[in-house]
Design a protein around this ligand. Structure first.
Ligand code: PMV
Length: 314
């Protein structure tokens, strides 16, 4: 028996970092996916195969010592196997077209797809059950996760987190992602922002209020098909991210290089590397690679509306 689940990558349109401190955020699932395939094996081990390597263990009791790239899978296998008797082992294989460590939600998508895939060998879980378990799995590598990334990977579409209600999107967003090719650590960036908050309490709470106000206007901008207002708000959000110091020279230069042809652009995800997103008009799309210059990667994205998808083959 084989259980296959796929989950999408994500972008954060508005509110990264501030969401960790309780503000809303607007996220979208995008058309890059990870696929996780799980099957039973005779021997009582858990084997995880991914492009980052292979990990095999027979000790399910402790996942804390496991390298972070494999830890959520061992955690999930432990949780799911311990509530289902009389099974041997598991083989879990991950195939992904989501770039790792650049703010596109690769680890959240893996946690969501793995939860659906492994549990699918036993009982099909509801989306709500998947998200609850996937967040716990993600917490084994990043305890302070806001839960926003795994939520949008589970439900798909554009959401105003913490709501899971999809924002109606008849709006053609034309979003371009540009990858600085500098990997980042979400944990380190989030810790840095917490330090900023500690040292600048009043300003940080003002920034949270500004972020909330910005987000409050966005659904209306989308309903009104107002790309200009949306772009301006993205650039405004970038100013807040620069103030909390998660930007750097490379990201700043990338944003500046697209200034003339985009309606707005900003970091997406934790920053300190990773990706930016830009709202670009159709007629300007082909100029993006030249303007960004050598050593960057860029691609247009479409919004994924499906979220996690899973099936079991007997
Ligand atoms: O860069 P990513 O994909 O790990 O995004 C992190 C988003 C943060 O708001 C910085 C953290 C979170 O848990 O929401």
């Amino acid at each position: 028996m084989k259980s296959v689940a796929t989950a999408p990558a994500k972008i954060i349109l508005f509110g990264e970092h501030f969401v960790v401190h309780g503000t809303k955020a607007i996220l979208a699932a995008i058309d890059k996916r990870v696929t996780v395939t799980s099957s039973f094996t005779e021997n009582k081990t858990i084997k995880v195969n991914s492009k980052l390597g292979t990990y095999e263990t027979s000790d399910l009791s402790s996942y804390e010592e496991v390298k972070s790239e494999f830890r959520p899978f061992i955690y999930l296998a432990n949780k799911i196997l311990s509530s289902n008797q009389n099974v041997g082992g598991l083989e879990i294989t991950i195939n992904s077209d989501i770039p790792v460590g650049v703010g596109l939600g690769s680890s959240s998508a893996c946690c969501v797809a793995a939860t659906a895939s492994i549990s699918g060998l036993f009982n099909k879980l509801s989306r709500e059950e998947i998200i609850n378990l996937a967040i716990k799995a993600e917490k084994t590598i990043f305890a302070d996760t806001s839960g926003a990334d795994p939520t949008v990977c589970t439900y798909g579409g554009i959401i105003e987190y913490p709501s899971i209600e999809k924002i109606d999107n008849t709006f053609d967003l034309n979003l371009v992602i540009a990858n600085s090719m500098i990997p980042h650590s979400t944990k380190r960036s989030v810790e840095k922002v917490s330090k900023f908050k500690e040292n600048n309490e009043v300003r940080f709470s003002q920034l949270c209020e500004l972020e909330t106000k910005l987000i409050d206007g966005i659904i209306l901008d989308m309903k009104n098909n107002d790309a200009i207002a949306l772009g301006l708000k993205m650039s405004e959000n970038q100013k807040y991210l620069e103030e909390i110091q998660v930007s750097n020279d490379t990201l700043h230069d990338m944003i500046s290089s697209l200034k003339e042809i985009s309606l707005g652009s900003k970091i997406t995800g934790a920053g300190d590397g990773g990706c930016i997103i830009a709202l670009v008009k159709d007629e300007n799309l082909d100029q993006v690679p030249t303007l960004l210059g050598k050593g960057k990667e860029c691609f247009s994205v479409k919004i994924d509306t499906k979220g996690v998808v899973w099936e079991t083959e007997k």
